[in-house]
Design a protein around this ligand. Structure first.
Ligand code: FAD
Length: 480
């Protein structure tokens, strides 16, 4: 590292966020520009540890101390080459990753960790600005054909790697645009869609074929894929939402979070849609305290909700170091999102008991009760607190309580074995059916973009090995 004592000289500093009052007026990214020399001093905070835990903390095995050094030296070409050697899409992870690397940063033991995610985003944008991101078609084609089902980050990473290895790759996507949850789930204030479009264009120029409105199992026959392609990679995500089957669930005004977020994302992407669902002027209750819930809060504010309340069943986490992380804590502190700074209320230890309607069958109130966790015979039990049951006005309830499993129909018709939890069983990314592989949320269950990219890369390597008998595609294990 060019400078070894940066961590003693500089504090962690991140780009400022736009004023919450202003930013809820649009869906643009929330960060203000950050001067390049400040990113350089942030990179200088890296201690270049003998054992870089950040590196193993990253599901992609990003070689973080090395790219920090290159940024400090203003050697952008090296920084880009180091970062892209392990991560196909740092422009996504640099914006929306919860950064497990930062949770593993040794500096974080007694100071704030290195701002790795911000540095990653800066390198990714520099790559485009300085013209390092030109499209490169493979010099040699193998004439092997691979179908990737699903165009989320796992499918895109698998397609990118397999195309680089010289295979002909076709990505089948049932929606009308490519990107999976990057496009239809994650709101623009976290990830503007031009960032996704820019990447798709490069992949298209490099020879990856994209087929949209192509649902395998409906408009595309899975048997045809098996016959026409040498290998298939299933990257269909973990899309079945968990329900909340309490009294009143059938009232009008109760929706899954993804129905709400998808409509907003479609509107921003200019995708015509007949369904209408808006938080404008409504008392909104978001049930569920994770990322999806936070995205519903930010979207509700931007649509002009009258009020926004987020409910979480679990108790509010304490942020004592060393304590086992109660969910949702990351890393070792209460996890908040930018949406929480924009208004609304957040309640913990609250159980939703009933949806209460008016005489038109519309949701009008939500019945809640406070809870406490008590130790009974060595087991923690949730108990309702007597006398705390109450009704709150609510015209729109958004269920953000997780996803249970991938959709079954396609997996059944492909004949792949599923785990008890319903995910695709694919040890080393190989399913029970020869020549069919799986990656991302469909294989590991609801997870993160960084894991989806990692799985797509690793699955591509297994496919290449299967088709060619050997592979030169990298694995994250190579960099340790
Ligand atoms: P997906 O992104 O779900 O993509 C699967 C694709 O397969 C979809 O496009 C789907 O249409 C397509 N498909 C399914 N079946 C078929 C079929 N039969 N034929 C053709 N196509 C099909 N992670 C983070 O790291 N940071 C975040 O901030 C974050 N925010 C999130 C916010 C929300 C609202 C949600 C729901 C998730 C969020 N996540 C976040 C998680 C992250 O988005 C996922 O882990 C990741 O997208 C999984 O990638 P994937 O490629 O496996 O699946």
């Amino acid at each position: 590292m060019g400078q070894h004592d940066g961590f003693m000289k500089y504090d962690r500093e991140l780009p400022k966020t736009r004023n919450p009052k202003d930013r809820v007026g649009d869906f643009k990214e929330i960060f203000e520009p950050f001067p390049e020399n400040k990113t350089k001093t942030q990179a200088a905070r890296c201690m270049d540890c003998g054992v870089p835990f950040c590196h193993s903390g990253c599901p992609l095995g990003n070689i973080i101390p090395e790219f920090n050094e290159a940024v400090y030296d203003e050697n952008w070409e090296d920084a880009v080459s180091i970062l892209y050697s392990t991560n196909n899409f740092p422009e996504f992870t640099g914006r929306i990753c919860p950064a497990p690397c930062e949770a593993s940063c040794v500096l974080g033991i007694n100071k704030s960790p290195v701002a790795i995610e911000h540095i990653e985003k800066t390198i990714a944008e520099k790559a485009h600005e300085l013209g390092f991101m030109t499209s490169n078609t493979p010099e040699v084609r193998t004439e092997k054909k691979i179908a990737v089902i699903g165009s989320g980050p796992a499918g895109l990473a698998a397609a990118d790697q397999l195309n680089k290895a010289g295979h002909w790759v076709t990505v089948f996507e049932r929606e009308s645009k490519i990107g999976g949850l990057l496009r239809y789930g994650i709101p623009d204030f976290k990830l503007e869609k031009w960032v996704v479009d820019r990447r798709i264009q490069i992949m298209d120029d490099e020879g990856v074929r994209f087929k949209v409105n192509a649902e395998v199992g409906k408009s595309i026959n899975p048997e045809m894929l098996k016959e026409d392609f040498d290998a298939i990679v299933v990257c269909t995500g973990c899309t079945l939402p968990r329900n909340l089957p309490i009294p009143g669930r059938d009232l009008k005004g109760i929706h899954y979070a993804m129905d709400f977020l998808t409509l907003q994302n479609k509107e921003i992407s200019g995708i015509k849609c007949d369904d209408k669902l808006s938080a404008k002027g409504k008392n909104v209750v978001v049930i569920g305290g994770g990322d999806t819930g936070s995205d519903c809060i930010g979207t509700s504010h931007r649509q002009g909700a009258a009020s926004v309340l987020q409910l979480e069943l679990m108790p509010k986490p304490q942020s004592k170091r060393g304590e086992k992380d109660p969910w949702p804590m990351w890393p070792m502190t209460l996890r908040t999102s930018s949406s929480h700074d924009e208004g609304g209320e957040r309640k913990w230890s609250t159980l939703t008991k009933e949806f209460v309607g008016n005489d038109k069958g519309e949701l009008a109130h939500i019945k809640l009760v406070d809870t406490e966790w008590v130790n009974e015979g060595g087991r923690q039990q949730m108990k309702e607190i007597e006398g705390t049951e109450r009704l709150l006005p609510c015209a729109l309830a958004l269920l953000a309580v997780g996803f249970t499993q991938p959709e079954n129909a396609l997996l059944k018709s492909l004949g792949v074995t599923q785990s008890k939890a319903g995910t695709v069983e694919a040890k080393e990314y190989k399913t029970s059916v020869e020549s069919i592989f799986a990656a991302g949320d469909a294989r590991r269950g609801q997870s993160l973009v960084v894991w989806a990219i990692s799985e797509g890369r690793e699955a591509a390597r297994e496919v290449d090995q299967f088709l060619m008998g050997s592979t030169e595609l990298p694995s994250k294990n190579d960099s340790f």
